[in-house]
Design a protein around this ligand. Sequence first.
Ligand code: FRU
Length: 542
Amino acid sequence: SSPEQPYRTAFHFQPPKNWMNDPNGPMYYNGVYHLFYQHNPFGPLFSNQMYWGHSVSHDLINWTPLELAISPTQPFDINSCWSGSATILPGNKPVILYTGIDSNNRQVQNLAVPKNSSDPYLREWVKSATNPVINLPNGIQHDDFRDPTTAWLGDDGKWRILVGSQKDKTGIAFLYQSTDFENWSTHESPLHEVAGTGIWECPDFFPVLVDSTNGADTSVLNINSRVKHVLKVGLFDYARDYYLIGDYSSVNEQYVPQNELTLGTLRYDYGKYYASKSFFDPVKNRRILMAWVNESDSEADDIAKGWSGLHSFPRSIWLDQNQKQLVQWPIEEIEMLHENEVGFQNTNLEDASLLEIEGITAWQADVMISFKLTNIQEAEKLDPSGVDPQLLCSEMNALKRGKFGPFGLLALATYELSEQTAIFFRVFQNKGQYIVLMCSDQSRSSTRVGLDKTTYGAFVDIDPQQEEISLRTLIDQSIVESFGGGGKTCITSRVYPAFAIGEQAKLFLFNYGRESVMISDLKAWSVKKARINIEETVMCTD
Ligand code: FRU
């Protein structure tokens, strides 16, 4: 960041300037990672003329900006080019499906293909003459039909995609089939729908392996019960990404989720994290997840900054061993940016104590901590049934003493703590079971007014008798991404300190519980600045 731009990030993706929302069409093609994004190239606010921005990378860390990839120019997309996904067809042919807002303000689905597939950067995209390839279904409102997924192949050799929608407040993932990507037929029943959830945006549907942290290509089906399928949907009414884990068969087009979609069910992230999209990375055999992390300052602030919107740091995503939830972890490439490693082991954090983590750039950092508790049978009682963990975190904020907790990190803090973003745990017990609560408390993150400082929270499904409680936090000027329990519970927040900026930003461990906690291991790094969308000429590889 610079003195004029204290909130611009060093290793989180953002365009050179102006508005960005959803990640679109992430893919790996011929040695290059592509990331497109919802973009208003003319200003820092969302607009009624949306474009696809485009950047390329060789390492998912440094990104080079390219020309706009898809612009509103035709009757089938003249009023905006909204979100969509890429699919690599057999023969190594990338294609994009995206939502167009047509001249009648109807949402329709369109196809685009590279103009020249031997251009290593796929700069130019040609829209199909047959667009729109999917029209608004009967009985669906003109603005309730969008965000096609990456396609997958069924047993019958036909492609399938989902499109997000709603009817009378029932969220719907419509299913379409095609052999050529131009002619699509509606499957008689949607893949899934849930009453009362409102429109589903940016659906994602992909296989996860039951016995591995590796990813699987999107067309991998359930062979010998080695695969489960994840359906992720964005609930527009709440700006949250929820997911289901279940069994899918392309033979009868049945998806049977094992959990129900309710407001209290599984989310990728319990903070600010929306419109995510995943893709399979064949280089490292993993599935990578990216998401839009929007601003929590005002539109006037965004106009002053000249930009709005970040993407989360890319995460690997896989199925937990218990098969009940997903696990996420920052991609290992972050190590390219690590420097100044500091660390220590087996250090006791007494009750009501503070310990500064020194020797790293606290405003641009990666921190990993393992907390060990003794006498945990002394934990306070809490019956978690019917408890909203986010509410509990705002009631029992970082200043409320408990027995075990709050303990954790004070990030982007001023030295005298007038500003601090507190990421912490509390441990409770209920009928012989232990309950771990993880919170991200932004209420004192800035002395500035007019910011959304909502506190976030969620439970972490670990047994602190069997394992230590781990926390990893990525700090980058105005974004704090935290991973609890090895990535079982993630919370992302946006903060805009007035004083805890650059060298003035400090990082502390804290324990405000009445019991001491042991830091069995701590490692922390400065994170160097990546080259993200700095205007430059793309060098040709050939
Ligand atoms: C999600 C979303 C999508 C839409 C796009 C428009 O944030 O509303 O449903 O395609 O953004 O920019």
